[in-house]
Design a protein around this ligand. Structure first.
Ligand SMILES: Nc1nc2c(c(=O)[nH]1)N(C=O)[C@@H](CNc1ccc(C(=O)N[C@@H](CCC(=O)O)C(=O)O)cc1)CN2
Ligand SMILES: Nc1ncnc2c1ncn2[C@@H]1O[C@H](COP(=O)(O)OP(=O)(O)OP(=O)(O)O)[C@@H](O)[C@H]1O
Length: 208
């Protein structure tokens, strides 16, 4: 019986992923730049960004909300900036520093990754994580590509680590199929709104 319910959930997630991958690829380049800038400006005004010393960013691809402006701002502000490195045959996501915006290469999944130099950064050292997602709810639930990379990685971060999602307004929906291991984002930033999802990240707080 539970197999049937799990199967339905998986199918629902796959359909949502397909839908968003198509939608995002149709974005108008100029509109996308304006939206990316608006989201970055929202982040820059938030006290947890100012306080963060180590920031984990995803390096955007395939219509994801752009993070390059955040990368530059964080480097200029003297923060330690890092991004994930993933291998197709490995379930773990490793985090490496980016000291210069140009120190980026293409990884196995076709996404930009930091050029690996020295040791990875331990998950507990990260103050702020900008988490990628295809869909979010206003309560901070998230649907990613389905690799489970972020779900697993977030379990190993410190309780004080702030998770923030970046999304275009059309990526926000009321409800998402979620799993027991899913961790919500604490804040969700869109070009038009800053959602404070903190109260929903505590156990037992239902998203209505
Ligand atoms: N920018 C960015 N970096 C990231 C992630 C992400 O979501 N965004 N990840 C988050 O976990 C990790 C990589 N995870 C991945 C999980 C699945 C697929 C995947 O299925 N790719 C499809 C193509 C998708 C498309 O073109 O839109 C494929 O290769 O067929 C790729 C990467 C780490 N780095
Ligand atoms: N904490 C975890 N422990 C063990 N397995 C996990 C964990 N998190 C995710 N997984 C595995 O990863 C698979 C994908 O999870 P899910 O569909 O939630 O991905 P996602 O959140 O869309 O992707 P991502 O986290 O990469 O952005 C799940 O089927 C599950 O088996």
């Amino acid at each position: 019986m539970s197999d049937g319910a799990d199967g339905r959930k998986m199918k629902e997630k796959m359909a949502l992923r397909k839908q968003m991958q198509i939608l995002r690829r149709q974005l108008d380049a100029q509109e996308k730049r304006l939206w990316d800038e608006a989201i970055a400006q929202r982040l820059f005004t938030l006290p947890f960004y100012e306080r963060a010393q180590t920031v984990l960013l995803y390096l955007d691809f395939a219509g994801e909300v752009g993070t390059d402006a955040v990368l530059l701002n964080a480097l200029q502000s003297g923060k330690r900036v890092a991004a994930p490195v993933t291998k197709k045959n490995e379930a773990v996501m490793r985090i490496y520093p980016i000291t210069k915006a140009e120190h980026v290469c293409l990884g196995e999944w076709g996404m930009r990754e930091p050029v690996v130099e020295g040791d990875p950064i331990a998950p507990e050292e990260i103050d702020l994580i900008v988490v990628p997602g295809l869909f979010f709810t206003p309560c901070g639930d998230r649907l990613g590509y389905g690799g489970g990379y972020y779900d697993r990685f977030l379990q190993s971060t410190a309780p004080s680590t702030v998770r923030v999602g970046f999304a275009y307004d059309f990526q926000i929906i009321d409800k998402l199929p979620i799993e027991p291991f899913d961790l919500r984002v604490h804040y969700l930033l869109t070009p038009t709104a800053t959602h404070d999802c903190y109260s929903f990240t505590r156990a037992g707080n239902e998203c209505s």
